[in-house]
Design a protein around this ligand. Sequence first.
Ligand SMILES: [Zn+2]
Length: 238
Amino acid sequence: MVSDSQHEREPNRHEPPSQQGSNDASSFDQQVHQAIYWQQAPASGADPVVRATQYLGLLRDLSVEPRWIALAHVADPPGEALSWIGQHIHRVNQQLNAILRDLLGCFETVSYPDMQIFAAPIAPQAGVDGFCCDGPSPMESDFPNGTFRERSTPITLMVDAGRIVPADWPGLVAHELAHAIARIPGHGVEFGRAIAHLCLAQDLPMPSPQLDAEALSYWPPCRHNPQPELFWLGRSAF
Ligand SMILES: [Zn+2]
């Protein structure tokens, strides 16, 4: 497990950290607090729909494309999905964060920037199971199994936990983390090196050195959930 001192400050449990000023000097602290906040159970009496609406607003603010965060393919109207997200998204985020911290344990602490992860309902039109946002510039490119955009720190990973069976969430997170470690869009040499390192350390299927970028865009193999909408409605176990 990596040193995690930046994550130990306690946020206010009853109010989400400000989502304003994502590019100002305090954005780092705010965004670290946001990740921790959304790993915590809702305060008693909190309205789950209001909470879910706040959560989706944050995801859109951090997303490569705000319209990629959507519920129309899950439930229309979205009330049932919002209610479930408001009550349970912290449990998903806790699991994803534990996976991310475990994967980061394979690297020297100094070799990567701060990372945060969120479970996100990603619109099918996005064509990705997850993506990675890093740095302030609007560089963007699409890939079959993930994408990478320069944005503000910390690096944000977003994965659609409903699309992939829970047993393969480590592979899903590892793929997006490899993008974050590579720091270069695409599935080239740097990505290949990062994903091979993660797969070796985490006992995930190792990519053959002969794999091209197209094959690496789907590495490691992850089993897709045939009905991802059931996850976001709280009708599948995880
Ligand atoms: Zn990818």
